[in-house]
Design a protein around this ligand. Structure first.
Ligand SMILES: [Zn+2]
Ligand SMILES: [Zn+2]
Length: 634
């Protein structure tokens, strides 16, 4: 996935509850059911209620007394637990199958709600059954679903239950759209297609689908593969769609130049320009991606942001959707995911997403290096960088990737994201391989070799997909083999521990260096203010061991005066800039309906800007290595 900007507020987080809920994971795989058919309709878009029917035929000699239907707790690609069952309503079960209610009347079957995500249907005396439920969806995103008067856009895990112990069974999907609405997804083969056959539930749920009257589609071919760019614009496009499609083609060609032709025949970019909807997201799938940009295509910032998301999501075609950590497919949707590999799956994808914008010619060298400098600045200034390793960030994914938090957390001080951290690990590893092999090998080679070994050439380890998953130690081995050097020490210090990455060695090979300069603020208080909130000047976070913490300031304090002058959101930064290191500044804050006075001692600047720049003594050989890196050539 890429990122979800919109803030999500939830009443409760049920992580503790779900950790003990593995009763269904150990159940035996059962004999396949005779058939499973999903029927999706949306007769009243304004209600935001998707109507789902699941028809099940039991094997002739089945002696099962009941069948369980279960809503996933989370969806692959975003690892926070969202409990999709919370939006399910009006679940009912009927004996038999009858597509048209006018033609036959079915009796109801007893239903027991077993737990928060599971409905049990009694099947004594019936050889087929239909369950029906509605599910509310009004979020346009890469994880949730939306039905309204404009369109239906769904992500499978948030609306489709699976039959417990039968996720491997083949499933059929039939969609009945409102009149005049057209359906498109990554497996659409012909116009007006309404039915799909999937090898298993996981592949159906991996297929986000757009249903509306007014989306557009543009196509191009590359390496004999067909690419569709489906766009649903809520606002003005400013005539930029043809240029967008041409730039997407450049990105596709830059990536297939590295990986070789992809495995699919057709790939679909599902892109929404969501105007005033604040959604912002990108989500990877096997033959498609779901991209949502706030604003309109006519806006230049939106245009380049879309290309950045395209470059990231398309890299996932290989890295994560096919070449995947062992825990990423098939999935256990009864408990949060635990994998150590997200710094590779997402972090390396972040790195390559940026590099591919350079290789596609959308960015020049300076733009690419500026973007990578920003990531170094972000990571090296984060206090969590010295506490949380890349592997631990991966294991913390259910807490840090837009996870809902009902209680206050200290994650701002203690965590980092596996996206930027993994991005830097990947970049530094790439440069070291290139430098130590004098340009004969690179991370590109390691990625391709991993894809070959674990996806293309491995026997299938599970029902879900070709190949088998890897563990991070596999990646360490392959990177070492490609380089002809031993990366044990590198992975120990920079991946499993929290040491600062060896930037000097890595960038030195390219005739570059990383310069650290004091950030513009000459002060350090150790607090941040929530600029998005409309409330008064309120402290959002207090940094560990900072002057603010020494002065007894807390999150939620409303700052009234600084240096005996009234401060507001408008004059806060100006007021602050008058003070230098060592200054003693009286502060008053409001807390618990009282005014509290304290004295702040302004600390030494602790924020630094990092900049990747050319070394004056860069040799022609180093410049050649750099050019090969930027252009993806040997
Ligand atoms: Zn991603
Ligand atoms: Zn749409």
């Amino acid at each position: 996935m890429n990122r979800l900007v919109r803030k999500l507020f939830y009443l409760a987080s049920s992580l503790l509850l779900t950790a003990s809920m593995s009763a269904f994971t150990t159940a035996q795989q059962e004999r396949p059911l005779t058939s499973i058919t999903y029927r999706l309709s949306m007769t009243r878009p304004v209600s935001h209620l998707f109507e789902v029917a699941i028809e099940v035929e039991l094997p002739k000699d089945s002696n099962a007394n009941s069948i369980d239907f279960q809503m996933p707790k989370w969806a692959p690609g975003r690892y926070a637990v969202f409990d999709f069952a919370k939006n399910v309503q009006e679940f009912q079960a009927l004996g038999g199958i009858c597509p048209s209610e006018a033609k036959c009347k079915l009796s109801t079957l007893p239903v027991t709600r077993v737990d928060d995500q599971t409905w049990r249907v009694a099947t004594t005396n019936t050889d087929s059954l239909t369950v029906r439920y509605k599910v509310f969806g009004n979020d346009l995103s890469g994880t949730f679903s939306q039905l309204d008067s404009r369109h239906a856009n769904y992500n499978g895990h948030s609306i489709f239950m699976y039959v417990v112990n039968h996720k491997p069974d083949p499933v059929k999907l039939v969609i009945d759209p409102p009149a005049g609405w057209k359906i498109v997804n990554g497996w659409t083969e012909k116009p007006d297609q309404r039915e799909w056959q999937f090898v298993n539930y996981d592949l159906m749920a991996d297929t986000p689908t757009e249903i509306a009257a007014d989306w557009t589609v543009d196509e191009f071919q590359a390496d004999g593969k067909r690419y569709r760019v489906v766009v649903h614009s809520f606002g003005d496009e400013g005539g930029k769609r043809p240029a967008l499609v041409r730039d997407i083609e450049k990105i596709v060609r830059a990536q297939t130049a590295m990986w070789g032709p992809p495995e699919f025949d057709t790939y679909t970019f599902l892109i929404h320009f969501a105007a005033d909807d604040h959604s912002s997201d990108g989500m990877e799938h096997l033959t498609s991606t779901q991209i949502i940009e706030p604003g309109t295509l006519a806006e230049s910032g939106v245009y380049i942001s879309t290309l950045g998301t395209v470059a990231h999501e398309f890299f996932h075609v290989w890295n994560v959707k096919r070449l995947r950590p062992r825990e990423l497919g098939p999935w256990d949707f009864t408990r949060p995911l635990n994998t150590r590999g997200l710094y590779i799956a997402e972090g390396f994808t972040n790195f390559y997403g940026h590099l591919m914008l350079r290789r596609a010619g959308i960015w020049d060298d300076a733009q690419f290096l500026r973007r990578q400098s920003e990531t170094i600045t972000n990571i090296e200034n984060a206090p969590g960088s010295r506490l949380m390793s890349a592997e631990n960030a991966s294991l913390s994914a259910p807490f840090i990737d837009d996870a809902p938090h009902a209680q206050q957390t200290n994650l701002g001080n203690t965590s980092i994201s596996y996206y930027p951290k993994g991005e830097l690990v990947g970049m530094v590893l790439d440069l070291i391989i290139r430098g130590r092999t004098n340009g004969k090998a690179s991370l590109d080679d390691a990625m391709r070799r991993m894809y070959d070994e674990f996806y293309l050439k491995s026997p299938n380890a599970t029902y879900y997909l070709r190949g088998r998953g890897y563990i991070p130690e596999d990646f360490q081995r392959v990177a070492s083999e490609v380089c002809g050097c031993d990366f044990t020490d590198f992975f120990t210090r920079y991946v499993r521990d929290v040491e600062v990455l060896p930037y000097d060695e890595a960038f030195g090979y390219m005739g570059l260096r990383v310069v650290r300069e004091t950030a513009r603020e000459p002060y350090n208080l150790g607090i941040s203010v929530d600029w998005e909130s409309l409330s008064p000047l309120e402290i959002a976070t207090v940094r560990m061991n900072s002057p603010a913490e020494d002065a007894g300031l807390q999150e939620g304090d409303e700052i009234l005066t600084l240096g005996r002058k009234n401060v507001t959101r408008t004059n806060w930064l100006v007021s602050l800039s008058r003070y230098k290191q060592g200054a003693q500044v009286p502060v008053t804050v409001k807390r618990d309906r009282r005014t509290i006075k304290t004295m702040l001692t302004v600390g030494a600047p602790d924020r630094f800007e990092y900049r990747i720049e050319e070394r004056k003594d860069a040799t022609p050989q180093q410049k050649a290595l750099r050019e090969a890196w930027m252009k993806g050539t040997r």
